[in-house]
Design a binder for this molecule. Structure first.
Ligand code: ZN
Length: 479
């Protein structure tokens, strides 16, 4: 008996030793770079951003056609506001309204880099106009904050890129290697503009060492255990798929219902689907996130991160507690539309629902459709794919030129932030650029922007100032 306890004791001591050694070996991955604070923003730069917000470049979706005049107005606004950009860079219009600029570098041999942003914005949800503190397209500054639709998504990036390059051109700066600017006009509704730009670059055999598009931001208090701001630098993007489930069955008078109606069958299918979620897993970007965040944790949390062989399920459990966290570790299932019936005393002959899936890297549209078919397992439920979809993106390595360049510019601009790679849950135009680059980064250099796609969208003047400075420093640092 005594021997048995001694054995247990030795095992425990061994376990604690392993946990501690792993924890002590967990070294910070944060670059040590001195911050160069952003210079005070000019009045012109503020006026330019306000003007950009006032041009209603709205993507409504299939129901309302694009107001093409607004996009042409936006092009003219860029031409007149950034004269040096339009003198020194070549510009071409793609698919009518998307823009591709080429800024030739001193050396044209190395692979170029591509900076992306989109011109379009989402509409204002009808009925919410009065909830805005200022008119959504007024373009005003109040409380040191720039307000309006597009202030964060994504005119801030586009205007910051333009301001940065115009500033650099004023001092006759020429980049070391060629830089392209790719501005889509319909990102919010699928990105046909970006698809066309990517195809065009592919036909010209252009391979980029970095594609930088909108994406993660700098967050405060969002990462448990970390008190500093965290710059979330997207290194991959979830896939997108919508499936329609339809059931067609004889309807009839509601006074004599059959044991099962089209609605019953459809609802049961949805319930089965929701009861059988996809398995949780860490994609490579999430593994990288943990590798960058783990060493910055307080000691006891660090033990958990340093010993994933033992605590992986604990970490998964923490993720699963919130909807946003859960979306990071699995392919999600969201019923978004349901349609059936026209009158209270008629059993409908047709019932259908739309289910939206966001695919974790590792899943494909095919594997998800297979899972859905086998879980529902009812031939009366027809499953078909709705409009566009895409597989998850490839994962950008954190030790390559692309990530390293963005990481350094982030540290230089924002100083005390913790940089962490992460998996983007939302979709961006850069997902179409897989054939152009294997180093695609999704990051918006914004400090705590507010109101993405929502009410009172806004960003602080300081946030905008830092955004311009980020792009200036990034372009200067490219070798
Ligand atoms: Zn966007």
């Amino acid at each position: 008996m005594k021997k048995f306890f001694l054995l247990i004791l030795f095992l425990l001591i061994g376990l604690v030793a392993v946990l501690l050694i792993n924890t002590l070996r967990l070294k910070s991955k944060q670059l040590v770079i001195t911050e160069i604070p952003s210079p005070k923003i000019s009045n012109d730069a503020l006026e330019n951003f306000k003007k950009a917000i006032r041009i209603k470049t709205v993507s409504y979706g299939d129901s309302i056609p694009l107001d093409t005049a607004k996009f042409l107005e936006f092009h003219r606004f860029l031409e007149s506001t950034y004269p040096l950009v339009h003198e020194k860079l070549q510009r071409e219009k793609v698919k009518g309204y998307s823009l591709l600029y080429k800024w030739e570098g001193k050396d044209v041999r190395p692979n170029p880099i591509i900076l992306m942003a989109h011109m379009d914005v989402v509409p204002i949800e009808p009925g919410t106009e009065s909830l805005w503190s200022v008119g959504p397209f007024e373009g005003v500054i109040k409380n040191d904050t720039i307000w309006g639709r597009g202030a964060t998504d994504d005119k801030m990036n586009l205007i910051a890129i333009m301001e940065a390059i115009e500033n650099l051109l004023k001092e006759n700066f020429v980049p070391e290697r060629t830089i392209y600017l790719a501005f889509g006009h319909d990102e919010e509704i699928g990105g046909k503009g970006a698809i066309a730009i990517a195809k065009l670059l592919e036909t010209r055999n252009i391979k980029a060492d970095l594609v930088l598009d909108e994406g993660g931001i700098i967050t405060m208090d969002k990462v448990p255990g970390i008190t500093q701001p965290v710059a979330l630098i997207g290194t991959s993007e979830k896939g997108y798929l919508s499936l329609q489930l339809s059931v067609a069955l004889n309807g009839g008078h509601s006074s004599m219902p059959e044991p099962e109606t089209a609605i019953d069958i459809l609802i049961n299918a949805i319930v089965r689907l929701r009861a059988n979620p996809f398995e949780a897993d860490f994609s490579q970007s999430t593994k990288d996130f943990i590798a960058f965040i783990g060493p910055e944790q307080p000691f006891f949390q660090k033990i958990v991160f340093a010993n994933q062989w033992l605590f992986k399920n604990t970490i998964v459990g923490i993720y699963e507690q919130s909807a946003a966290g859960n979306a990071m570790v699995r392919t999600t299932i969201a019923p978004t539309v349901i349609n059936a019936g026209v009158k209270d005393n008629v059993i409908p002959t047709l019932a259908n629902a739309t289910i939206n899936f966001r695919l974790l890297p590792g899943d494909t549209q095919e594997s998800v459709t297979d899972h859905v078919t086998s879980v529902i397992s009812d031939p009366r439920v027809k499953i078909s794919k709705l409009s566009f979809g895409n597989d998850p993106s490839a994962v950008t390595p954190v030790n390559g030129f692309g990530f390293k360049t963005v990481e350094a510019a982030t540290k230089k601009t924002f100083g005390h932030v913790i940089v962490a790679p992460f998996l983007m849950i939302g979709a961006t135009d850069s997902r179409h650029f897989g054939g152009v680059s294997d180093q695609i980064i999704k990051f918006s250099p914004m400090n705590d922007p507010i109101g993405f796609h929502g009410i009172n969208e806004r960003i602080s003047v300081k946030g905008y100032q830092d955004g311009i400075w980020f792009f200036e420093q990034l372009i200067r640092s490219i070798e």
